[in-house]
Design a binder for this molecule. Sequence first.
Ligand code: GCW
Length: 707
Amino acid sequence: MRMLGRLLAGLMLALGLAAPVFAEDGYDLWLRFRPLAGNALSQAETRLGSVAAADAGSTAVTELTRGLTGLLGRPVPVAAGGKVLVGTADDPTIKSLGLDLSGLGNDGYVIRSVQDRTVIAAGTKTGLLYGAFHLLRLAQEQGPLTALSVREVPRIDRRVLNHWDNLDRYVERGYAGESIFDWHKLPDWQDPRYKDYARANASIGINGTVVNNVNANATILTRPWLEKVKALADIFRPYGIKIYLVARFSAPKEIGGLANADPLDPAVVAWWKAKADEVYSIIPDFGGFLIKANSEGQPGPQDYGRTHADGANMLADAVAPHGGIIMWRAFVYSHETPDDRAKQAYSEFVPLDGTFRDNVLVQVKNGAVDFQPREPFHPLFGAMPKTPLMMEFQITKEYLGFATHLAYLAPMWKETLAADTFRPKQGATVAKVVDGSLDGHKLSAMAGVANIGSDRNWTGSVFDQANWYAYGRLAWNHDLTSDAIAREWIAATFGPDRALVDPILSMMLPSHEAVVEYMTPLGLHHLMGRGHHYGPAPWVDGGPRADWTSVYYHRATKDGIGFDRTRKGSGAVDQYAKVWADRFDKVKTTPPELLLWFHHVGWQEKLSTGRTLWAELLYRYGHGIQTVSGMRRTWDGLKDKVDGPRWTQTAAFLAIQEREAQWWRDASVAYWQSFHGLPLPPGEKPPPQSLSYYQSLSFPFAPGDGK
Ligand code: GCW
């Protein structure tokens, strides 16, 4: 028998099959921890070969040894004198090192090389967990593991995912399968995926999750469902992740049997207080509620003639005794209001500044319309200094080509975070508003609308994993560059070899701008297909609401195109600080990237770029397509360096992207030409199909549509 075993092993070795085989199906995300080799292995062996911890069963130690075991290709023991020392500030061994552990708060940590040991120290277990993942990242990157001196404290306290997941597992704007939350089987069946989800989030610093859609169903607040939520909370807790829920404002009527949901009605107040008490009796560390009120048909305080502050404060009082918070969305607009949609949130919320309880955050999307490929920063940032404003980014690519277009979103998010509100003066960036440092707010938060689903690779495409990753890293530290985040992600996801990192980076960095260029260049916005938002449909008109049509946003005529938001138009420019307002008010001083967001410009008008508007549009469409073609070529060149499954899927998706980029250009060009009949600039090919052909296309089962 033994003989046979040896023979078999020898045979496998000879065939090169002895190395462990890993399924590169994307499930492991950036937590692959594949075995190191050569110098990287010997360095890791020397520096990280064993672990010492007073609390060997902690999540930090479990994760650290799990990752190291993968990297070293052998079990990593936890024993006294281990090379990596993990401990909180009150641990006697840590104390004896005399490290400065002040100011680390709940989540901060230090990593230090102390003689031949590596120390991870923090104030809390959560801090240790973040430190463990940081050290594992360094090991995966195969950089130096000596003379380490890291001190990390997150800039934003609540780093939250928003799942637009319905209770029947349909994910609104989801492109990665159904919801990972299998409510029907909870609490009894606890899918191992929940823990893997928690690990992935913790590894990038995400510490909160809102598990139900902002277009909410009140059922989740009933007792049996709260028991299901509790099961998730129990799994997430060791990973430092708090659960939050969306509270449907009309819940007192729908599940409470009350006649109304008026926030000033004592019976309603009492109902929410009792509901909050119940939630906290089941989940003592529950985070709080998120609310979408009086927006796109959702119920809210205005149904009773009350303000957003009345609604938010009533809920805030209910959760305050338990330390909970309220995240109240500012994404409000109504087609019954005759004003420019982009102006409405500002008009409604600015007058309420200073009237919210101190456990309320107002959650503001990065731009004033709706997660468009490019928007100027939302004018609310900087305009409500007495209220903590939290950022809402969209990780899922509703308006950016779904899962098949490669668009790395860190550059887009950085653009907003770095924008200077000039309120009250220069240097008041959106990032400083959001992290609370500008106005000295205690609460700070960021939300990312998740792109996670039950697809094996979690996000529907390998490259969309990078957006989940980048969101977490930026929520932790908004000073990180898009470049640095991408490098980390590539090294962990594909390997640290420069022959991989450099070309993949060169695909990722221009990818967002490419999407902007082939879909909505020069400040155009909201031209996607009706309802599902798939593909070009700048001709969308009519229907229930003007502000859900494309023509509302582009306003094309025979003479020109663009939404006049200047002082002569909707006046939206004046919602910005004067420096910006004056700049945005004039074509000449408006950045070309935002031109048609703020101006209606003649087709033949000469732009600062030297081209006419018409020629510039064509130039940008073409440039966007070329970038995608370049990405495809680069990826083709990596065929031998990337595993088959991930290479093949990405190659197929890039082909889709290239085809759809061309489709966007052709359909748009055919449509714009129908207004003005101008010839194409020299060298530009006419769209291969008629406008009516593009208009006839329909996509009845495109994923993610709102229900
Ligand atoms: O982007 C839009 C989406 C809606 C979404 C809404 C919102 C959850 O098209 O599907 O609803 O924004 O942010 O509330």
